[in-house]
Structures are given as C-alpha cells and as structure tokens.
Design a protein around this ligand. Structure first.
Ligand SMILES: CC(C)(COP(=O)(O)OP(=O)(O)OC[C@H]1O[C@@H](n2cnc3c(N)ncnc32)[C@H](O)[C@@H]1OP(=O)(O)O)[C@@H](O)C(=O)NCCC(=O)NCCS
Length: 178
C-alpha cells in the first residue's frame, strides 16, 4: 500500500467515502462546528492507495483541521475524519494512515491532537480520555469518545478550555483613498 498526500482529484472520492462511512447527516456532528469555513490542513491529509490498483482506487483517507484551545488559544489539530473503504476494512489501511499522519504531525511541530472516536481504536496510538479531561467541545459528544494526545511530553500541561474554530486570518481589504 502507498500513503500519499491527498490530491485535488481525490476530493469527490473522499466525500463519497465519508458519506458511506458516517452517513450524509455527518455535518450535524459537534466536530463539524470546528471545521465550518476552515480548510483542512493539506500538509496532514493523506490517502491510502493500493499497490497495483488504479490511482482512482483509493482505499482510505485521513484529514486534520487546525483548532485553538481555551482563552490562551493554544494551537492544536483535530484528527478526522478517518475512513477506510468498507470493502477493504481490517487490512491495515487505517493504522497505516494513523501512523503516517501522526509522524508527519510531529515532524511539522504540532504538539496536541484531539479527536472524537472509539477509544478502543485510538488508545494504541496514545490517545486517552485523561488527556482531554480539561478540554471542552462546543456541543454534545459521547464523553468517553473525546480523546487527546500530547505529541511532546507535557504539551497538554496547563492547557484547558473550549476548543474553537481556527479561522484563517482575514484578508485585509485595502481601500484606496478616493
Ligand atoms: C475505523 C476504521 C478507520 C479502521 O480502519 P481499518 O483499515 O479497517 O483498520 P485497520 O485494518 O488498520 O485495523 C484493524 C483493527 O482495528 C480494529 N477496529 C476497527 N474499527 C474499530 C473500532 N471502531 N473500534 C475498535 N477497534 C476497531 C479491528 O478490530 C482490528 O483489530 P486487530 O488489529 O486487533 O485485528 C474503519 O473501520 C472505518 O472507516 N470505519 C468507519 C468510519 C469510522 O468509524 N472512522 C473512525 C472514527 S472512530
């Protein structure tokens, strides 16, 4: 299998995979409030392709969004969605996408990762409920599924509060003096 950066041509296939995996109503979930109007981080978005398969035969996708935590606006990243083609589950694509993207996140200097997902799947990568106890999300989630990971020891020490949308800086509008 190959893990490669998400390409513009993957967009439609990823949307379709997300609809199949999470249902068309997925945008109503709390985590989508943190994605609204914010582009995902292309430097951390990857697709899994299978050796020998046509390029269009993508097996899985992972994306991350930039977020800010608390009044201090500590930068962090929100992991997900992660999804693997239902016909190819259990073949290691999910774990490969996780390992690859987390290694890149660390190498790029990210220090805190947050997600909402099954702890049984994410615990082996170091995500725990305990690390997210001082954090809050702007809407309801099943508490046991709200997890965090410090990519650097101590990165979550003293970090607390509501997770917010990391809006890109507004383009400054230059008005010519008429
Ligand atoms: C969760 C998902 C990404 C896993 O991808 P995958 O390629 O099938 O998983 P892998 O082959 O890398 O890993 C398989 C292992 O994960 C376990 N696993 C898969 N989904 C799991 C889940 N939701 N909870 C706990 N364990 C899970 C399998 O039992 C298997 O365990 P084993 O290695 O001990 O046999 C994929 O099943 C998927 O797309 N699910 C629907 C969308 C989703 O739930 N996304 C994640 C949000 S929690």
């Amino acid at each position: 299998m190959h893990i490669v950066p998400e390409r513009p041509g993957d967009f439609a296939a990823i949307e379709n995979l997300m609809d199949v995996s999470f249902g068309a109503g997925r945008a109503a979930k709390t985590v989508y409030k943190l994605r609204d109007g914010v582009p995902h981080d292309m430097a951390l978005s990857f697709v899994a392709l299978e050796e020998g398969a046509a390029e269009s035969e993508m097996r899985g996708s992972i994306r991350y969004w930039p977020i800010l935590i608390g009044a201090a606006r500590t930068p962090a990243i929100l992991l997900g969605p992660l999804a693997v083609d239902p016909a190819h589950k259990g073949r290691g694509f999910g774990k490969a996408l996780m390992r690859h993207s987390l290694a890149h996140a660390k190498a790029q200097g990210h220090k805190i990762v947050v997600l909402v997902g099954d702890p049984e799947y994410y615990n082996p990568f170091g995500f725990t409920r305990e690390q997210a106890l001082a954090l809050a999300l702007p809407g309801p989630v099943e508490e046991r599924r709200f997890l965090a990971l410090a990519l650097e020891p101590g990165a979550l020490d003293g970090v607390s509060g509501m997770i917010q949308l990391a809006l890109p800086p507004r383009r400054s509008v230059r008005r010519s003096a008429a």
